[in-house]
Design a protein around this ligand. Structure first.
Ligand code: GLU
Length: 262
């Protein structure tokens, strides 16, 4: 069973950005923040010497089934291999929103964050109650696409059809959830109208396949491994967003733009 061959899904797209912390070092995380971290690959607490040289670098990524995680882990490996006296570790997290906050709190030196979320953090708007500072953009990496995935035989054809359905809206603290909210809101849908489930991409794929959820939002680089894996064992389809709604959403969130995936 292969992914249903429908071309030209009209989707929204943003850029993934690699952020670097500036000037925030050596603070250990609070219990609350530590709970949000999902892996404990070694001790990631920073150690800096008196010159401010950080020997242990933490790179915040996303869930293990996403694109950020393998990318961030690979970046950490390259840093460890090529920078003398420095060990870098890529750790999984709830992704963009959590990453921006934790980077600013000095709990990491690098983080992968969607550029829309980085902008809101910088402005202290949307999901950020105040300006989140102490970081700057290092470079942009690749476009990420907001995808709404469902099984091919599902009755869900448009965003409006999500009403009354069990919908995975991303992980807690993810950029995915922020985008899910924006797209739902543009269709006058709130969490009161759906059964929202917070879960990462891996859990969303499994639950979609098992029939525990009806659809999942995924904001990630395409092709997205977890969706490809799901497509290898189940017929799936990607729900398009209508062009008029796309215009409306882009008007409101100018960092998004239209994209077509095949
Ligand atoms: N862009 C996603 C988010 O911030 C994470 C994507 C990934 O893990 O590859 O929610």
């Amino acid at each position: 069973m292969k992914m249903k061959k429908i071309s030209l899904f009209i989707m929204l797209c943003i850029l993934g950005i690699f952020l670097v912390a500036c000037g925030n070092t050596s603070e250990e995380g609070t219990d609350e923040k530590e709970k949000q971290e999902k892996t404990t690959e070694g001790d990631t607490t920073e150690e800096s010497n008196t010159d401010g040289w950080v020997e242990n670098i933490t790179v915040l990524t996303g869930s293990e089934a996403g694109v950020y995680f393998p990318l961030g882990v690979a970046m950490a490996e390259i840093i460890s291999e090529h920078v003398d006296g420095v060990t870098a570790t890529g750790i999984s997290s709830g992704a963009s929103v959590v990453n921006a906050n934790e980077l600013s709190d000095g709990q990491a030196e690098f983080a992968l964050v969607q550029n829309d979320i980085a902008f809101y953090a910088h402005e202290g708007s949307q999901m950020f109650e105040e300006v989140v500072d102490g970081f700057s953009g290092a470079f942009t990496i690749y476009p990420e696409t907001i995808q709404i995935v469902t099984l091919a035989d599902s009755s869900i054809e448009t965003v409006k059809d999500l009403v009354g359905k069990r919908v995975a809206v991303g992980d807690v603290g993810s950029g995915t959830e922020a985008n899910a909210n924006q797209i739902l809101a543009a269709h006058d849908i709130t969490y009161d109208d759906i059964n929202e489930e917070w879960m990462d991409f891996g859990d969303a794929s499994t639950n979609l396949q098992d029939g525990n959820i009806d659809a999942a939002f995924v904001t990630a680089g395409t092709p997205t491994g977890s969706i490809q894996e799901l497509a290898a064992s189940a017929d799936i389809k990607i729900v398009s967003i209508n062009e008029d709604k796309i215009d409306q959403i882009i008007d409101e969130y100018p960092l998004l733009h239209q994209s077509r995936i095949r």
